[in-house]
Design a protein around this ligand. Structure first.
Ligand code: EPZ
Length: 418
């Protein structure tokens, strides 16, 4: 079992370029099924979720070549239309293959992605979108879709990120024009639009609530550089807020982080946002201030994925912060682990009340999920003493070498892979 040893108390100092975004590269990899030739992706992060997506593409018949953070996907020989249960379970977001697979082959056979640490992960909006595009969907011991998407209007009752992306990918491979209403507005969806248009698609409006797709276009191959990961940046900034010091992050657009930066500024950190970097300074001699309320919401609201890391920083602050998690049922599993470090946090359903402590202390803790793991590492850097963090398989899904990133910024962090 791999563990991380983290000794708190050392302020962070330094500069780092944030790696490519997991939540952008995963739909982009699925979209490679729609390309008319090889696609090379740059700034592709080395993550276990990316490995799972590449395994699915190989299973479907794509050629894959990896060279560092560049990956080439050649879909020319791809002919499969089914993703196995084991593969669907290997990565929660494997449902994103539904739309492109159906558009490419006229059929798609997948199993339910299954719940995950965040609670049930329904896919009703994905299936409704596929039906709205004129395809047949039956659910009989799995999901079976047939038909060529014809285009149409997709009305999303919730601005679901995954359902928006599935609808876009299905529509690009369809014949008519599609309008997606109440689309999610996350920056990763805009990145997907830029990727698709670089292959010859005509997608408009991503980043806003209405996305239009002109179908019937044959896509070619190409190259693309994936955007930086705003949630990894939020995690590193939270770690600096917890430990003190000054860090500068490159490779992310600060505007994608504005709600997180606002909370950390309210807590007493000094934030500098420039087009080419974002910098945070926290004077360790001054305690962080609690922030009245942090409420998660779809973009451009406060990102649910940053809730745990920011809570970890505010667990050692003056005053009380009320968190309201509106996106997922079970996104406070890091609270029990923070309590083991001395945090005073009470949860009731989707609400968590954090009574700030002067300082947390090191403990043996286990990452309950991906962002909870990032949060525990951030908390440990500000805590007194040594923390032993296990459950690193969760962390490796979305952080490429978190221990390397933190130690490169001066954190006393090491990893032992037993
Ligand atoms: C994406 O998940 C991200 N994952 C998540 O990041 C992120 O937390 C989430 O968007 C919200 O921003 C990827 O992009 C790979 P949703 P997704 O569909 O698409 C409900 C991380 O840590 N819903 O926007 O699954 C759903 O239950 C991960 O990197 C339905 O009811 O999120 C949730 O309450 C965690 N029916 C809400 O919508 C559906 O058919 C938002 O989910 C689909 C979703």
């Amino acid at each position: 079992m791999s563990v991380m040893y983290i000794r708190g108390g050392t302020p962070l100092e330094g500069e780092l370029t944030v790696h490519g975004a997991k939540n952008s590269v995963l739909p982009i990899l699925a979209a490679c099924l729609l390309a008319g030739g090889p696609v090379t992706l740059h700034n592709c992060p080395r993550l276990t979720d990316v490995d799972a997506a590449l395994a699915i593409l190989r299973h479907l018949g794509c050629g894959i070549r990896q060279e560092g953070r560049s990956v080439t996907v050649d879909p020319t020989e791809a002919a499969g239309s089914a993703v196995s249960e084991e593969q669907m379970r290997s990565m929660r977001s494997s449902i994103i293959f539904l739309g492109p697979l159906l558009a490419r082959t006229g059929e798609a056979h997948l199993t339910y992605p299954g719940g995950c640490e965040l609670g049930p992960r329904p896919i009703d909006l994905h299936l409704a979108a596929i039906r709205a595009l004129g395809c047949q969907v039956t659910e009989d011991r799995g999901i079976h879709c047939t038909g060529k998407p014809k285009g149409g209007e997709v009305q999303l009752s919730l601005p679901s990120v995954g359902a928006t992306e599935n609808a876009m990918l299905c529509a690009v491979g369809g014949t008519g024009t599609t309008t997606i209403v109440n689309a999610a507005r996350e920056p990763e969806i805009y990145d997907l639009q830029c990727f698709l248009n670089g292959l010859g698609a005509r997608v408009r409006g991503a980043g806003g609530s209405t996305v239009t797709v002109e179908g019937g276009l044959l896509l070619h191959g190409g190259e693309y550089t994936v955007m930086g990961d705003r949630i990894v940046a939020a995690t590193l900034l939270s770690a600096c807020a917890a430990a003190g010091g000054r860090i500068r992050l490159r490779g992310v657009d600060w505007r994608h982080l504005s709600t997180v930066l606002s909370v950390l500024h309210q807590a007493g950190c000094r934030v500098q946002s420039r087009s080419e970097y974002v910098e945070l300074f926290r004077d360790r001699a001054k305690p962080l201030r609690a922030v009245p309320t942090v409420r998660t919401a779809p973009y451009p609201g406060f990102p649910t994925d940053a809730q745990a890391p920011v809570m970890a920083a505010l667990a050692a602050s003056e005053g009380c912060t009320l968190f309201v998690e509106t996106m997922f049922d079970s996104r406070y599993r890091h609270v029990a682990e923070l309590r083991r470090m001395g945090a005073d946090i009470t949860t009731e359903g989707r609400v968590a009340l954090v009574r700030g402590m002067e300082r947390l202390h090191g403990a043996n803790v286990e990452a309950p999920d991906l962002r909870g793991g990032g949060a525990l590492a951030a908390a440990a850097l500000g805590a007194e003493g040594v923390t032993v963090l296990s459950g690193l398989h969760h962390i490796d899904r979305g952080y490429e070498g978190l221990e390397t990133m933190l130690s490169s910024l001066g954190g006393a962090v090491s990893r032992r892979d037993d």
